[in-house]
Design a protein around this ligand. Structure first.
Ligand code: HPA
Length: 319
């Protein structure tokens, strides 16, 4: 594949603009729909919606994961009819794409004028505060791949998008997090079902080991997933404000598991000690569970995103 240059992004946005009605030549908001959360595009006005399959857009590669349709959808979101571009299905690093390929659409969206990006994902819960089905507004992240060299900004800096060394200390804009909570409470999401937290990105595709899960929880991660961070870094590099939302689809197993030595000693009558981990055997994360929980909660998330968009439209009108 030819190297991605500024011209590759431009060719992609030029193609989209050439096919789109004028209404969508500039879009204000981008939304990346995570696993099983693409239903959001079914709630937008069908009469003005325009869809492109990734495979038809120059520069986009075809996405492979079940539950990820792989299309870019333009439409009017909410009562504010905010011109929005949705990625239904994203690119993951574990699919074998480079970080630049994974984040390609974000820069195309940047060229099309987005000022705000909502990133959603399915994630495993690491904090005992979380339960399956909870929503987590992301307030910070760990990039496990990024910390060891897989940061999407490694390599040539595209100066037209942003600076060589962008700050990401406040990657998830505080004002947007507040608006998200306001939207959530207005649409009836219970306070105990939504909280803030730190998202850790791992490359996947294998889920975490118990030891890795304990490590992530110890360093301060509340949820873990295989996406989001590269897109957020590229968005922040381009000055786009970000709201990140995780849906906790499963509980990550952190317990050490049974003690083999102790069990043998018990069987041989040499120990009466009780194994503290005996009752902590649990089923592990699996993709079916992730999709099932997303489907169950996708309605709430859709209503939250729609209301958030209207609140954002109101707040930006005032300023
Ligand atoms: N680990 C990593 N990624 C995930 C998980 C998980 O438990 N659940 C959903 N995505």
């Amino acid at each position: 594949m030819a190297a991605i240059t500024e011209a590759t992004y431009k060719a992609s946005s030029d193609y989209l603009i050439s096919k789109l009605p004028e209404d969508f030549h500039t879009v204000k908001l981008g939304v990346i729909c995570g696993s099983g959360l693409g239903g959001l595009v079914d709630t937008i006005d069908p009469t003005t919606k325009v869809e492109f399959l990734y495979k038809d857009i120059p520069g986009f590669v075809a996405s492979t994961v079940v539950g990820h349709a792989g299309k870019l959808v333009f439409g009017h979101l909410g009562e504010s009819r905010t011109p929005t571009v949705f990625m239904v299905g994203r690119y993951h690093f574990y699919e074998g794409y480079t970080m630049l390929q994974c984040t390609f659409p974000v820069r195309v969206m940047a060229l099309m004028g987005i000022q705000y990006l909502i990133v959603t994902n399915a994630a495993g819960g690491l904090s005992s505060d979380h339960k399956v089905g909870d929503l987590m507004i992301i307030n910070d992240h760990f990039s496990m791949p990024g910390m060891v060299g897989n940061n999407p900004l490694v390599g040539h800096n595209f100066d037209s998008f942003g600076t060589r060394f962008p700050a990401v200390s406040d990657a998830y804009t505080y004002a947007l997090r507040k608006l998200a909570f306001k939207a959530a409470f207005e649409v009836g999401i219970k306070t105990e079902d939504i909280r803030e937290g730190v998202y850790a990105m791992v490359s996947g595709p294998s889920f975490e080991t118990r030891a890795e899960a304990r490590y992530l929880a110890t360093i301060g991660a509340d949820a873990v997933g295989m996406s989001t961070v590269p897109e957020v870094v590229i968005a922040r590099h381009a000055g786009i404000k970000v709201l990140g939302i995780s849906l906790i689809t499963n509980d990550v197993v952190r317990a050490r598991g049974k003690d083999a030595k102790l069990e043998v000693l018990q069987e041989m009558g040499l120990s009466t000690e009780v194994d503290p981990e005996e009752d902590t055997e649990k089923s592990f994360a699996n993709h079916a569970e992730v999709l099932e929980t997303s489907a169950m909660r996708s309605n709430d998330l859709q209503r939250l995103v729609t209301r958030f968009t209207d609140l954002l439209a109101e707040s930006t009108k005032e300023n």
